[in-house]
Design a protein around this ligand. Structure first.
Ligand SMILES: [Zn+2]
Length: 113
């Protein structure tokens, strides 16, 4: 399962940070999940629970922040949420927009005790 390896890498990097900070306990982990990152949020939460169970991180809370897809127009710099992923600017009609958010996946914050 795709989400299981993602959960594992989230747990690994959280643990690494905690160790670098004097081995403190991880209480909260924030993760940014882009709308088109290909991650099923429910599956990731489930896999995270499985991964931390009976480990030093058992009980740590996972906070998933969903990031919607955003485009920025290269002509007028207007930022917008694309309709059906067509990058046409609703303000000036230019179709030279580029994606600036929506495919991220990674730690956003870590709360240690
Ligand atoms: Zn524009």
């Amino acid at each position: 399962m795709h989400e299981l390896s993602i959960a594992q890498s989230i747990v690994d990097s959280a643990r690494e940070h905690a160790t670098l900070n004097g081995g403190r306990r991880v209480v909260r982990i924030g993760v940014r999940v882009g709308e088109i990152s290909g991650v099923a949020v429910e599956a990731l939460e489930f896999c995270f629970g499985m991964t931390v169970q009976d480990t030093d991180m058992d009980g740590a809370a996972l906070e998933l922040e969903r990031i919607p897809v955003r485009f920025r127009c290269s002509r007028c710099a207007h930022e917008f949420h694309p309709v059906e992923f067509l990058g046409q600017c609703p303000t000036c009609g230019s179709d030279g927009a580029t994606m600036i958010a929506g495919d991220e996946l990674g730690l956003s914050f870590l709360e240690l005790e």
